[in-house]
Design a protein around this ligand. Sequence first.
Ligand code: NAD
Length: 496
Amino acid sequence: MTTEVSPTLSHVSAQTESYLKDKFFGHVIDGAVVESIGGGTMPVIDPSTGIQIATAASGETADVDRVVTSSRRAFDEGTWRNLAPLEKEHRLHRLARLIDENRTVFGDLDAIDAGLLRTYTAFLEDFGVNATSYFAGWPSKLHGSIPPVPTGMNVQHRRVPRGVVGLIVPWNGPTAVVAMAAAALAAGNSVILKAAENTPMSAVLMAELAFEAGIPAGAFNVLQGTGQAVGSALVEHPGTDFISFTGSAATGRAIQSTAARSLTPVALELGGKSPFIVFDDAEIASTAAAATAAVWSGQGQICTAGSRVLVQRSIHDEFVAAMVDASRSVTVGHVFDASATLGPLVSQTQLDRVAAYVDLGRSEGVQVALDGGVTGDGGFFHEPVIFTDVRNEMRIAQEEIFGPVMSVIPFDDEADALRIANDVDYGLAAGIFTNDLRRSQRMTDGLDVGTVWVNTYQAGYPTVSYGGVKQSGYGRTLGEEMVHELTHIKSVWIAQ
Ligand code: NAD
């Protein structure tokens, strides 16, 4: 690692520059940014240059104890959960407004921290504002119910918060994932946001804004550090009542196994290997553009990346040629370069992982329709790659690569498409491109996934529940289901 100043920083706005001045990305406890008890730190690396741009806290078990103690106190004292529902709403709406006012800073942070193109981050800021606004409306709508019971008794089903909720998030869309804290707050919980070690920045800003919006001390804390050091300790901690995790399937399995010891309930939003299915009646040019966007956007580091493109054999060659054509305009470049359409991967580790999968693909004997490799000087850049003649059992077709690498697999008919689409461990999402309405319905019925898109891909909105089946996890993010998941039902029997 080098100590030079990253040229990337000269591109951030004046507002961001002022925010970053002497900024330490510590834990946020009781509204204050603090160092780790043991003084541990970790570098924040700019993916466009590989240069350290800031320093974050790196916690240990003692920090987890301290954060949980604060969150527990806030929950037990009821400073947040016992506020009147509409007062909670006012404060969460204030938070949404503050996110909106700080969207330039969030966008810059996502660019320099996660390596996301500045032209792409607007989507994350919109999502952060919209998701927070949506969840802000929930405190006054968390109705319980009154079930029918024999005469002589009354029963209330009360919907109550889980308690102290650990929200463990990944690095691939920082502002969007940290905004999920609003769901846990809307349900009345105290939230501990465990930021990803690659992207500690936006979590700190979000917690600071929450405090400014009137979320009381301890109701929204942030924990910084590695998954091994603080993530697992948070899951294991007896003061944690619920874990909402978004990340890889491997980590999801580790979390479920740790949580089993204390029977702490968990919700797991995991990875995917989603099929983008193209039938021979689809419009070729626009569908090819959508297929490439589904893998190149975010450099392929999106859980729903359409990384397996299933194409009906009769249009296979024409469709591959159209995708290669659509990809010719891809420009790999720096996050603040307005002409760039593909930025860096998040880290050297991720770059090495993607490069290793590309080597693996070549060694598995596939054809390379669009050739690419590691590129650039200093940053973590990888050009897009299209593999064709891929067999679904190959590792490049089965494992989540999380980079700009597409595997094209031909199919003969509807049954064949369905068999290949479902023949993976994951079940997060799928896209179907056809003008045949009945076929789209049959395919939708048969696909074993949490989300199906028909003639569109990666559409999302905070009102719409989202999540997976199989190795893509269980539980739902967004929508009514997420708020309900962050509560439990207490049944109260009252004798007449
Ligand atoms: P990751 O699993 O490595 O890490 C995610 C988070 O878990 C980080 O904060 C990390 O510090 C923490 N962690 C790691 N080990 C832990 C442990 N043993 N106990 C507790 N916490 C631990 O994932 P990542 O590399 O940050 O993100 C990429 C993955 O996230 C991909 O698989 C992607 O598909 C998935 N993802 C899924 C969704 C979804 O909604 N389904 C959304 C975004 C990303």
